[in-house]
Design a protein around this ligand. Structure first.
Ligand code: ARG
Ligand code: ZN
Length: 881
């Protein structure tokens, strides 16, 4: 399909029974189709099968001539696709290679609760096509390697829908009879259907402009509902920073005259990179200090950048098929990570990314849904927008960068864009560009695209004092995953340094290339006794590192490592060891041993550093004080015991809080300042560290904690502090939490994003009756199954982030979540399928839980045909062994 002409007519619903104001949409599509003479069986012309879903065909023409409806020219298949028969094409295109195919279909955006295709969010109409939503708009070859030039005309009632947008540049606007109007858009860049977008609504906006490095002016506009226009500034600033950064770092420039972003409240994912017309979940656009936290601000900057960077890594060069999704997603996540690292603190950003990877991706990789970053099969592509494809995919790109260095990586990127601009390509093409531009062999590296599972790298060091030689033996092993029982060794970059006992760096960072199952690397002239190795610096590969490290070595690394990531890593390992030991003691009915003095001293040193006012990065300190995630820790257990783990972790937290109470209090008070809200790394760091101290000071659930958290809540002047205090309070006994929740609710004044926080805080509370509260909240007037953000704020938070309550002994958490999967599956299968993933690791749990989780999966399976394909895929995969 070379040209795609679309006419959208949003008109009153012709059904006399329809409620006042209800609409339907007619989509007329005129496709210029070119016969691919190389393809297809000969002799004869094969049928042309166009994808379609929930479309009502009204009219069909070839070369302007209506086709007969008697089955002789076209058919609608059982899968609801449109089959244009070969003989129809033969007649239409005789003598030349192309013909036009016109269809007119009726669609119903108002009852499209799947939020895929063309749907309504609030009073606005919008679209989401990736991965396979375009077929819900019109009949099409809905696959990423079919790239066409689009021209779009939208017609609607002017008073209700004054704004009409699509991709590319606006070519014409005008009035029509009956209070209607139209706009025409043309996108000069051929694109696959998944990048198409259309918006019609009554929205407000802010406008800015950007001059590209070659001097072209681009008009930037960000749209939202009128009442949210005061929350768009941060997104605009982020967009301009992203545009500048991509020019400076990659030499990549924007290519259209306009860049539009529309924020909608109902959206399945974070955002979508449609050419020249991004559509965003409001959660990743709207921010002001009273409604958004520091993390929200950071996330908005990151997602705005991500979608902008897709214009090159995704749109200009796209995927040949959906198996290649990581080609654009892994690469674009890596680029947005680099950007955020440059905008703030690189070490902090790296820590945040690794925390997410370990919690979510490692879990995925350890269960029945483990898949390589380039998956082998799928039933619903939407189920493969996973942490593996995205975050592990970004780690794979990062490894090229680590192996080639910044300059070599840039050469590879330049070659990739030079070779493939304007086409739909594969991960192999990317790998070839990296290899060819640098003359480096990346053949073994292919295994990262082929094999699922997290490699375990074991390190053993030995020092020969006489020869002053340090040898480091690195071994790798990757456990089998479903369908892939045995694995070949990966090509793993391991960045290492050696530190002397006096804290000096004896061997600065070097990258070792581990390619065999086991290899020994020698370091000569290592003076001054057995060194302390600092391994996998910056987390140079997505692996689990196993190395014997004493508490003393870890405390030493925490204090002296020159690699700030590994200073943090040491703190996490020290804490993990203590938590896992305490958990084991508790699970066996015993009492945990007291914390080692080394551990307490190491944490004391971090707190002390927080009092230093000479430019220390307090975000780094705050993360060093934060205990590892429960989900990450669960992954370290041979048999998962979530409640014992939760208690073990609380025990360690309480012990640290008790041992260091005056220190926590000192830092808390020193950093608890009434100053204007600024989103700078310094101020974010101050708030982050202060709030970590507050949470330690609240672990002993006593009156002192209630008083402290209540006071913090009352004095809070920004959402960051308000939510931090409320999170503490929500898990404490007494009526104060309910009063605070009430105040928070009232202050929200119906703001949907703030209300989401209100739901989440309650779902995450560490209270014996949390499940009852969640149950009650499902009946709250502000709860909705139709809004993915709201649904995830309550149910997603409970199932994925309150492990002790979701996995409670009585099994009620499981029943609740399975009930919710079933209920939401009828409206929005993508959201249901995500939630169903909460059961996928069932085999790894101790027996009681394992059986209860399996029972819920069986219950979902038993629904049979009533289950969406999305949810069926997740549930059936979870049951595989
Ligand atoms: N390409 C979008 C992004 O990462 C995400 C689209 C997800 N769509 C889906 N159906 N899962 O920026
Ligand atoms: Zn993306």
């Amino acid at each position: 399909i070379r040209h795609t002409d679309l006419l959208f007519q949003i008109v009153p619903d012709p059904d006399p029974e329809a409620p006042a104001g209800a609409t339907v949409t007619y989509v007329t599509s005129t496709l210029t189709v070119e016969r691919n003479v190389d393809g297809g069986p000969s002799p004869g012309i094969p049928n042309l099968e166009l994808d379609g879903e929930e479309l009502t065909l009204m009219e069909i023409k070839v070369n302007g001539q209506p086709l007969p409806w008697d089955g002789s020219a076209f058919l609608l298949t059982a899968e609801s696709d449109l089959l244009v028969l070969g003989k129809t094409i033969e007649a239409a295109s005789a003598g030349k290679g192309d013909f036009t195919l016109q269809t007119r279909v009726l669609i119903r955006p108002e009852s499209n609760f799947e939020l895929s295709g063309f749907y309504k969010s609030g009073s606005a109409y919008c679209s989401q096509c990736e991965a396979e939503g375009f077929r819900r708009i019109t009949y099409y070859l809905d696959r990423p390697d079919v790239m066409a030039r689009f021209r779009v005309r939208i017609e609607a009632e002017k008073a209700k829908l004054p704004l009409l947008l699509s991709n590319g540049n606006k070519m014409a606007t005008g009035e029509l009879d009956g209070g209607r109007h139209f706009a025409e858009w043309e996108d000069p860049f051929p694109k696959p259907s998944y990048l198409f977008a259309v918006v019609a609504g009554d929205l407000g906006s802010i406008v800015d402009s950007y001059k590209t490095m070659s001097g072209r002016d681009v008009r930037l506009e960000i749209f939202s509902e009128h009442e949210n226009v005061d929350k768009l500034e941060h997104a605009m600033t982020s967009l301009k920073k992203s545009m500048r950064w991509d020019e400076e770092v990659y030499g990549l420039e924007y290519d259209l005259d306009v860049y539009n972003i529309v924020a909608v409240n109902d959206f399945n994912m974070g955002a979508m990179e449609n050419k020249g017309l991004n559509v965003f979940n409001t959660a990743f656009v709207l921010a002001k200090p009273e409604t958004a936290t520091d993390t929200d601000y950071e996330r908005i900057e990151g997602v705005i950048a991500h979608e902008y960077f897709h214009n090159w890594s995704g749109n200009r060069v796209t995927c040949q098929d959906w198996f290649q999704l990581t080609l654009k997603e892994g690469l674009t996540v890596f680029r947005d990570q680099q950007f955020s690292a440059d905008m703030g603190s690189a070490a902090v950003k790296r820590i945040e990314d690794v925390r997410v990877l370990r919690a979510r991706q490692f879990a995925e990789d350890s269960g029945p849904r483990a898949h390589a970053i380039r998956p082998e099969s799928y039933m619903k592509m939407d189920n493969f927008y996973t942490s593996t494809v995205y975050e592990k995919g970004a780690e794979v790109i990062r490894m090229y960068h680590t192996l080639l260095g910044a300059a070599g990586f840039r050469k590879g990127m330049d070659l990739y864009f030079a070779r493939h601009d304007g086409s739909a390509v594969t991960c192999d093409d990317f790998r070839a560009a990296m290899a060819n531009a640098n003359g480096k062999d990346f053949s073994q590296f292919e295994r990262w695209y082929l094999q699922a599972g997290t490699p375990v790298v074991t390190a053993k060091g030995a020092y020969d004092a006489a020869l002053k030689r340090y040898s480091l033996t690195l071994s790798q092993h990757t456990a089998g995953t479903v369908g892939q029982p045995s694995k070949l060794p990966f090509h793993i970059p391991v960045r290492v340094g050696l530190l002397g006992k006096d804290g000096r760096e004896l061997v600065p960072s070097t990258v070792l290339e581990l390619k065999e199952a086991s290899q020994t690397f020698e370091f000569e002239n290592v003076e001054g006794g057995t060194p302390v190795p600092s391994l996998l610096r910056g987390f140079s590969a997505p692996v689990r590192l196993k190395v014997e490290q004493s508490d003393e070595d870890l405390a030493f690394l925490m204090a002296h490592d020159t690699d700030s990531f590994n200073r943090w890593e040491a703190s996490q390992k020290l804490a993990s060891q203590a938590i896992l030991a305490a958990t084991e003691a508790l699970a066996g009915g015993g009492t945990p041993a007291p914390l080692a003095p080394t551990t307490v001293d190491a944490f004391r040193a971090v707190l002390k550093a927080g009092l230093d006012d000479t430019g220390v990065d307090r975000s780094l300190l705050a993360y060093a004080l934060s205990l590892p995630d429960e989900l990450t820790l669960l992954g370290e257990m041979d048999v998962m015991r979530p409640v014992a783990l939760h208690e073990g972790r609380e025990h360690v937290k309480k012990s640290l809080a008790a041992a260091l109470k005056p220190e926590f209090m000192d830092v808390y008070q020193a950093l608890d300042k009434d100053v204007p809200y600024l989103v700078t790394p310094q101020e974010i760091g101050r708030r982050r560290m202060k709030n970590v101290c507050l949470s330690y000071l609240c672990t002993e659930k006593d009156a002192g904690a209630v008083a402290l958290a209540s006071s913090a809540f009352q004095r809070a002047t920004c959402m960051t502090d308000s939510i931090a205090a409320l999170a503490c309070l929500a898990s404490l006994p007494g009526p104060e939490k309910d009063e605070a929740l009430e105040i928070f609710y009232t202050n929200a004044k119906g703001d949907p994003l703030v209300l989401n926080k209100w739901f989440s805080i309650q779902a995450l509370a560490d209270l014996p009756d949390t499940i009852d509260r969640v149950h009650a909240l499902t009946r709250h007037p502000d709860f909705s199954m139709k809004n993915p953000n709201r649904f995830r704020a309550l149910i997603g938070a409970f199932a994925n982030s309150n492990l002790a309550r979701f996995h409670a002994e009585d099994g009620r958490g499981y029943v609740l979540v399975a009930d919710m999967v079933l209920a939401v599956d009828k409206l929005n299968p993508q959201v249901a399928a995500r939630l169903a993933g909460a059961f996928s690791l069932w085999r790894k749990f101790e027996n009681t839980r394992r059986n209860m989780m399996k029972a819920q999966l069986d219950r979902l399976m038993a629904v049979g045909d009533g289950l969406s394909r999305d949810t069926f895929e997740i549930v059936s995969q979870s049951l595989l062994s």
